[in-house]
Write a protein that binds this ligand. Structure first.
Ligand code: ZN
Length: 132
């Protein structure tokens, strides 16, 4: 069964650590060994797995993405959020983590981040745990 995590973002660009929310849904699923899919059904927000211990890391990622992909750069898309679409394509819309012993098999420093690029908005993240 697919479960949702709802996130309310507070600024235009924001990385939200959703690791504990995902782990909670994996536990509720009862799956002990398998895989967990994390999927973001939006075109201006994505998901990435990176360092969660030092918050400077995700700040650096956001700062560099903003530098590489400016908000206004003569884009054709009339909605005014092409930078958010491009950033979403770069980070991707999904992540996969192995489940072992009912737990997400993340590396010591890894965390799962929901990546907002066109907030603030109400967002949804889909989580599906599969296995036995
Ligand atoms: Zn758009």
């Amino acid at each position: 069964m697919t479960k949702n995590i709802n996130v309310k973002t507070g600024s235009r660009t924001e990385f939200v650590n959703i690791t504990l929310d995902v782990q909670k849904l994996v536990k509720e699923s009862g799956i002990k060994n398998g895989v967990c899919y994390v999927y973001v059904p939006h075109t201006t927000a994505g998901v990435t797995i990176n360092e969660g211990a030092d918050p400077s890391v995700v700040q650096d990622i956001q700062n560099m993405l903003n530098k590489l992909i400016p908000h206004d750069a003569g884009y054709r898309h009339m909605e005014g959020n092409s930078d958010a679409h491009i950033k979403t394509s770069l980070v991707g819309s999904s992540g996969t983590v192995i489940i072992e012993g009912g737990k997400l098999l993340l590396g010591t420093w890894q965390a799962i981040f929901f990546c907002e690029f066109d907030g603030p908005r109400d967002r949804k993240i889909m989580v599906k745990a599969m296995g036995e």
